[in-house]
Design a binder for this molecule. Structure first.
Ligand code: HAM
Length: 417
């Protein structure tokens, strides 16, 4: 028989990581819901047109999209990110502004798989639609910083830039094109191709031969309109006032075309070079209009769950939550006592597990060890006859015999609940 393994770039998330995964999303939900964000669950696939609005020169759209024709002849795509879906939902439902939503879930990009880079990866994120105020930009960024603090992550640095309004961005792109074209022979092969598509992305090149030309390239800061420059100054003042540390990096362009004005990226200083970007975001003031809605400003971020957990591992923080099994029932007399005792314990609010198939006492004790339970309840022939059970503290092996009727109360005392 053929056997199957996961497709390249996908993984099974097994215990105990799966519980940590859920806990991660829960901590995020706590942080953002207490700031007034409501949960949104957009579909995992949409009309391809929704994602085309992310930008014609964006790699996740041009090269990495999982798009296909469904059986009804519709051109659809698995979402490569969720900002476009949130904007599509805004246009579809026309909620009252400001609309503040958060999301968590998988995204799909046909990337070259490696550690920290997957074809199916998870993000948590927020989006706010309908607010221009630079105070909001700072608040959105501060929420991500607060989330990292709750995880216990220390090595996170924040880069900040403004890409200006759409006119500024176009003028800057033209200036860059002129600069790089004038020296095109000195550019790497890859950057020459990038230059054709999007001169801003040449700034992202990490190739050594491109470094001198990039260092000499025109600066975005000199191409900002007065309004965009004032907005950027106000964002920085608000961040300083909030005590959020950041570094302005006017080479930060980010991979998606929809960004305007404020853009930012969180980088883990504990991870190896290939996948240090653990989150990013910015303003996308034209995206709702692109999707057929009214002119509506928007800002948000998405944090990569997979990568952030790798950063947590590298720093030894945010461990998997402890086992939810409080008690493991070892039944050496057929198994029906374990069924009854487990049901009783679960109904009383305890986590309870047991073994099956009349395994040996030794094997059941091994399972008890593995389960992470603090207490084992053991029922052998003598206990069954006496209507009793042995309670054993797993940590020190101390045992006591109690009557069946007193089991739950005794467990409650032992676990201090
Ligand atoms: P992004 O920078 O494409 O932005 O993705 C955000 C984060 O998702 C990245 O910093 C990274 O941690 C994680 N990520 C991206 N691709 C992968 C991958 N292949 N494998 C593992 N992790 C990955 C966005 O998606 C925007 N929608 C963010 C945003 C929200 N901007 C405004 N609102």
């Amino acid at each position: 028989m053929p056997t199957f393994a996961t497709s390249p770039g996908t993984r099974d998330i097994l215990a105990p990581d799966a519980a940590r995964w859920r806990h991660f999303q829960q901590v995020f939900a706590d942080v953002v819901e207490s700031a007034g964000f409501a949960h949104i669950i957009p579909p995992m696939f949409e009309d391809l047109g929704v994602f085309l609005r992310v930008g014609e020169t964006t790699e996740i759209v041009t090269k990495e999209m999982y798009d296909f024709e469904d059986k009804g002849g519709r051109r659809v795509a698995l979402r490569p990110e969720q900002t476009a879906s949130v904007c599509r939902a805004f246009v579809e439902h026309r909620p009252v502004v400001p609309w503040k939503v958060w999301y968590a879930g998988p995204n799909f990009r046909y990337e070259k798989p490696q550690q920290g880079r997957y074809r199916q990866f998870d993000q948590v994120g927020i989006e706010v639609l309908g607010v221009d105020d630079p105070q909001l930009d700072a608040e959105v960024i501060a929420l991500a910083v607060e989330f990292y603090r709750r995880l216990g992550l220390q090595g996170v640095s924040l880069s900040l830039n403004s890409l200006g309004d759409s006119g500024d961005r176009d003028r800057y792109a033209a200036a860059l094109r002129t600069h790089f074209q004038a020296n095109v022979d000195a550019l790497s092969e890859e950057s020459r191709v990038t230059l054709e598509r999007n001169p801003l992305r040449v700034l992202d090149s990490k190739r050594r031969e491109d470094a001198p030309l990039i260092a000499a390239a025109p600066r975005m800061a000199n191409h900002l309109s007065d309004a965009a420059a004032a907005h950027f100054v106000a964002v920085q003042s608000a961040l300083l006032a909030a005590g959020v540390k950041f570094a302005v990096d006017d080479r930060l362009v980010r991979g998606l075309d929809y960004y305007r004005r404020t853009t930012f990226e969180f980088v883990s200083t504990s991870l190896a070079a290939a996948h240090t970007a653990i989150g990013g975001g910015g303003r996308y003031d034209g995206l709702v209009a692109e999707l057929g809605g009214p002119d509506t400003p928007g800002i948000g971020f998405a944090l990569g769950l997979d990568r952030t957990l790798l950063a947590c591992d590298a720093e030894g923080v945010f461990a998997s939550p402890a086992s939810r099994v409080d008690v493991f029932v070892v039944d050496a007399v057929g198994g029906s006592a374990a069924t009854a005792i487990c049901a009783e314990l679960r109904a009383a609010g305890f986590g309870a597990d047991r073994a099956y198939d009349e395994k040996s006492m030794k094997s059941q004790m091994k399972s008890a060890d593995r389960s992470g339970a603090k207490v084992a309840i053991i029922v052998g022939e003598d206990e069954r006859t006496a209507g009793a059970a042995i309670l054993r503290t797993m940590e020190d092996g101390l045992q006591q015999t109690v009557q069946r009727g007193d089991l739950v109360a005794t467990v409650r005392r032992m676990l201090g609940r």
